[in-house]
Ligand binder design. Sequence first.
Ligand SMILES: NC(=O)C1=CN([C@@H]2O[C@H](COP(=O)(O)OP(=O)(O)OC[C@H]3O[C@@H](n4cnc5c(N)ncnc54)[C@H](OP(=O)(O)O)[C@@H]3O)[C@@H](O)[C@H]2O)C=CC1
Ligand SMILES: Nc1nc2c(ncn2[C@@H]2O[C@H](COP(=O)(O)O)[C@@H](O)[C@H]2O)c(=O)[nH]1
Length: 327
Amino acid sequence: MENVFDYEDIQLIPEKCIVKSRKECDTSIEFGGRKFRLPVVPSNMQTIIDEKIAIYLAENDYFYIMHRFKPETRLDFVKEMQERGLYASISVGVKEEEFDFIIELADAGLTPEYITIDIAHGHADTVISMIKHIKKYLPNSFVIAGNVGTPQAVRDLEQAGADATKVGIGPGKVCITKIKTGFGTGGWQLAALRWCAKAATKPVIADGGIRTHGDIAKSIRFGASMVMIGSLFAGHEESPGETIEKDGKLYKEYFGSASEFQKGERRNVEGKKMWVEYKGPLQNTLTEMEEDLQSSISYAGGNKLSALRNVDYVIVKNSIFNGDRVY
Ligand SMILES: NC(=O)C1=CN([C@@H]2O[C@H](COP(=O)(O)OP(=O)(O)OC[C@H]3O[C@@H](n4cnc5c(N)ncnc54)[C@H](OP(=O)(O)O)[C@@H]3O)[C@@H](O)[C@H]2O)C=CC1
Ligand SMILES: Nc1nc2c(ncn2[C@@H]2O[C@H](COP(=O)(O)O)[C@@H](O)[C@H]2O)c(=O)[nH]1
């Protein structure tokens, strides 16, 4: 790998503005045959999304992926979403019973519009088998497969039939994969995204490591069609995690899907828990993300998301933040 960098090492370079107001900039994206208001999806984690948030996001034209940690509820979830006239987007793993679940859905005549294969090390024969299995039994589901961190992995999963791949091993805020295993894209996620996106012939989702709204624009610049975000979506009024009060301030829990809090046991733990400051309603964050991304598009000299794809950038290693904070 030649240039290795992460989000905080990059600044995008402005182009001449062509709009009179940032409101003219369109942040929408087509993904898997549907149009969404933002190229952003909250992480499919138990402290980030639940059924209520999924319904809210689907009703308001945002993309969502439901987590897979209450497996017995998934069939009814798909049924309920589709009865409401909403799209169904679920996650699966790769264990034996997950293969049975796909057949169960097919037997029930249910085709989720999106199925995400969600495991830590997605460049695996088990994932390739699951992609093929889904394509056999539910050929009309849009299959997202991950997570991966190399061009070869992207090629192999696309070759197996994946409609999109998800890139990011270890850059997450509650992730300890790089510390526990020595592997991953933590610390160079943006460069890994670029590397993978160059090999991809289908959409790529950048997953993990987004710390500011500007990182969404950077992800688009480096090849992402969609950006998966956990920590920035934790801490909302609607967030499913527990709420505590400390010294008069509210905090909400955010834990990793491979943490002992998720697993209920201390085996192969690659995630931790943290407490995130309470942030108020989810819609406020979605609105601010949209406004910030509209602004990014205007700096890119365009009026739609594609303007971000070709802007120039500079690498300013470790020097952007200098202790800066948004608030
Ligand atoms: N994006 C990221 O960086 C990471 C994300 N996660 C998240 O944590 C959750 C749990 O993930 P995961 O443990 O994969 O899910 P599962 O517990 O469902 O495990 C997936 C299967 O793959 C096997 N496996 C083989 N090698 C590995 C490996 N290196 N890492 C994990 N599994 C392996 C597991 O067997 P066995 O358990 O016996 O080894 C199991 O059968 C997911 O939601 C995942 O997205 C977890 C870590 C990193
Ligand atoms: N290594 C681990 N990664 C995890 C775990 N649980 C979730 N994740 C990944 O993190 C992102 C969210 O990252 P953030 O920086 O936006 O907070 C999420 O989408 C997963 O890919 C875990 O336990 N270990």
